[in-house]
Design a binder for this molecule. Structure first.
Ligand code: PGA
Length: 251
């Protein structure tokens, strides 16, 4: 059985006071031993205070990005070791906003995946097609490229700390959620690509989250799909009630 995960990606939102309050409310709502893993990913400067707010709870901390380098002259970057020391369990890598807005390449994303896993973090690797790629029938080619390039060279043990988030770019922040059938079709294809490249055992144990305009209303239908193992939630993770409703939709 694959363990389910719901992770909140707060992006560049919240004041420090809001971040503390949101983390506290999520921690209280999730309880001591949830049957699903839960994580929140605040902006970098709020990692340590949010770690404090989560102390003693079952909610894990994640970062929204990570450097591919361990230390040194990399202005503005934050290393995997720093994230671990700040209390992070997860790092999101290859989010579409970093691929398409900031311009991160497949090869940089592969380096970040390696650096984070080698340091001991768990990685939430994001992938997904743009609307133009979907309309031109290129989805499978895009998945093949993203799965192959991001995961090349991982050990079996490292695959055990990897989660994929399928996030169709056209669904992120648009209010246009993929249908459960669209999500299932994409997840099954991604899993099949992982199986053909890295083996059936790794593919069947790999959690694949859906992300892109998940709401309390759409979550249950998405999470009921056999290859959807939870969600990466942006906008709807900024309100504790809505996020907790999405967590309950997995259960
Ligand atoms: P959204 O963002 O839920 O606001 O669409 C999801 C994500 O970008 O991870």
């Amino acid at each position: 059985m694959r363990r389910k995960l719901v992770a909140g990606n707060w992006k560049m939102n919240t004041t420090l006071a809001e971040a503390r309050a949101l983390a506290g409310a999520v921690a209280a709502g999730v309880g001591a031993s949830p049957s699903v893993d839960v994580a929140v990913c605040p902006p970098y400067p709020w990692l340590v205070p949010v770690a404090d707010a989560l102390k003693g709870s079952a909610v894990a901390l994640g970062a929204q990005d990570v450097s591919a380098e361990p230390k040194g002259a990399f202005t503005g970057e934050v290393s995997p070791g720093m994230l671990l020391e700040a209390g992070c369990r997860y790092a999101i890598v290859g989010h579409s906003e970093r691929r398409h807005v900031i311009g991160e390449s497949d090869s940089l994303i592969n380096h970040k995946v390696h650096a984070a896993l080698e340091a001991g973090l768990h990685v939430i690797l994001c992938m997904g097609e743009t609307l133009a790629e979907r309309d031109r029938g290129l989805m499978e080619r895009v998945f093949q490229r993203q799965v192959y390039s991001a995961l090349a060279g991982l050990t079996d043990e490292q695959f055990g700390r990897l989660v994929i988030a399928y996030e169709p770019v056209w669904a992120i922040g648009t209010g246009r959620t993929a249908t459960p059938d669209q999500a299932q079709e994409a997840h099954a294809f991604v899993r099949a690509r992982v199986a053909s490249l890295y083996g059936e055992k790794i593919a069947s144990g790999l959690p694949i989250l859906y992300g892109g305009s998940v709401t309390p209303d759409t979550a249950a239908g998405l999470f009921a799909q056999p290859d959807v193992d939870g969600g990466l939630v942006g906008g709807a993770s900024l309100k504790a009630d809505g996020f907790l409703a999405i967590v309950r939709a997995v259960v």
